[in-house]
Write a protein of this length. Structure first.
Length: 110
């Protein structure tokens, strides 16, 4: 992981290509936990229809200097952003326990 300046005054921790396998594996498990929590909460579809709902990390692709936001877990089982946001906590907690700094992204209105 490297500290990089995202924009003036905003420093973030970004993962590198060497950490990609860790991110993919942890993201897969986080996605499963997210889906299970959504089911445990009643499989509701509440909120605005949004695409791209995901858990993202900052990532520096191999051979590049510019940091990108990379989804490691996607929420394709429900359209509503409220339902997705209500059920993401166990997945984020799992990633934090693994030492992975990730954030929920609410996507865009569809």
């Amino acid at each position: 992981m490297k500290q990089v300046e995202l924009y003036q005054g905003k420093i973030v921790n970004a993962y590198t290509f060497a950490e990609l396998e860790l991110l993919v594996n942890a993201g897969r498990e986080a996605q499963n936990l997210w889906y299970e929590e959504w089911q445990n909460l009643g499989s509701k579809d509440e909120g605005t229809c949004c695409g791209g709902k995901s858990i993202r990390v900052y990532f520096i692709p191999k051979g590049k200097r510019k940091v990108e936001e990379m989804p490691i877990a996607a929420c394709g089982w429900v359209q509503g952003n409220v339902s997705a946001a209500k059920s993401v906590a166990p997945a984020l907690a799992y990633l934090a326990q693994k030492g992975i700094q990730a954030e929920y992204y609410d996507g865009w209105m569809d």
